[in-house]
Design a protein around this ligand. Structure first.
Ligand code: ATP
Ligand code: MG
Length: 176
């Protein structure tokens, strides 16, 4: 059994989710199985939804959470957000421990943490107790020290330039 890695892509630059998807694409080439759970913060990225259908059964994409944008002024009660974030974490735990996947991606998991919808201790415990062989990839702008400490591989995406600053809108196939 090879040892799985805990991989974290964080920072303010673009490329965190795309890096995780790149790993998925690589692994699927070897007929490995990958599950990506999106702890969405609002809208989701459609490209990977369509791709997941094409990459079946090796790639499973689960859109979890209710969307955290406007959490303070949206229609959903905070308890609804907490419940959906908690259930997303439950799904993550189940997928990680199922031994059906070589790699499980927890995309944008930091929003749920930052908004205190889930407890950091619970996530850390899932990571600590994961089956040895499973790789887990975490993405999100900000990561806590504990998550960085427990990770085997950490890459910070640092914004140098982003077309958004020139007023160029999000592009199909690049951003979504
Ligand atoms: P991607 O999904 O493109 O890899 P990401 O996961 O690194 O991006 P997120 O915080 O999840 O970044 O934000 C996703 C969306 O926000 C994408 O449309 C991306 O282009 C955009 N974005 C990411 N970084 C920046 C930035 N520094 N300035 C403006 N827009 C950004
Ligand atoms: Mg992302």
């Amino acid at each position: 059994m090879s040892n799985g890695l805990i991989i974290t892509y964080f920072g303010n630059g673009k490329g965190k989710t795309t890096a995780a998807l790149g790993v998925a694409l690589r692994a699927i080439g070897y007929d490995m199985n990958v599950c990506m759970i999106q702890f969405i913060k609002g809208e989701w990225n459609y490209g990977e939804i369509y791709s997941s259908n094409r990459l079946r059964p090796n790639f499973e994409l689960i859109i979890a959470g209710k969307g955290f944008v406007g959490i303070l002024d949206d229609d959903h009660d905070i308890s609804e957000h907490i419940n959906s974030a908690k259930s997303a974490l439950e799904i993550a735990k189940e997928k990680i421990n199922s031994l059906k996947y070589d790699t499980v991606i927890l995309d944008e998991v930091n929003y749920a943490l930052k908004l205190k919808l889930i407890e950091e201790g619970e996530l850390i415990s899932i990571l600590r107790n994961k089956p040895q062989c499973v790789n887990v990839i975490l993405t999100g702008n900000h990561m806590t020290d504990q998550i960085l400490n427990i990770s085997d591989l950490v890459t910070e995406m640092k914004e140098v330039k982003h077309p958004y600053k020139k007023g160029i809108r999000a592009k199909k196939g690049i951003d979504f």
